[in-house]
Write a protein that binds this ligand. Structure first.
Ligand SMILES: [Zn+2]
Length: 100
């Protein structure tokens, strides 16, 4: 395995964590904003995850392992959404950065 595969997974995980926070914060601000944000996130995630899959394959992962690790990385967005939901009151000051 090339080291860039692990960097890609870590970077993607952080990215997905923030996406989860942004989606949850958008929904808690306004339902329509949440739906628009979810569409925007899905629109950039699909090509980005295909690219990440290619990076993992190029770096030495098998197809099954690349799919599994990419899926696990995507699940981190759920953790971000749950944390944003639980701590929404404490992260209100971050809305000015998260919503735009
Ligand atoms: Zn994203």
């Amino acid at each position: 395995m090339h080291t860039f595969t692990y960097l890609n997974l870590i970077g993607d995980g952080v990215h997905n964590f923030l996406d989860g926070i942004i989606i949850a914060t958008s929904f808690m601000t306004d339902t329509h904003l949440g739906m628009a944000t979810t569409i925007a996130v899905a629109a950039h995630e699909i090509p980005q995850e295909i690219g990440d899959f290619g990076i993992l394959i190029y770096g030495g992962f098998s197809r099954a392992k690349a799919l599994l690790y990419n899926f696990l990385s995507a699940l981190i967005s759920v953790a971000g959404a749950i944390i944003a939901y639980l701590f929404f009151g404490q992260i209100l000051w971050l809305k000015v950065f998260l919503i735009p």
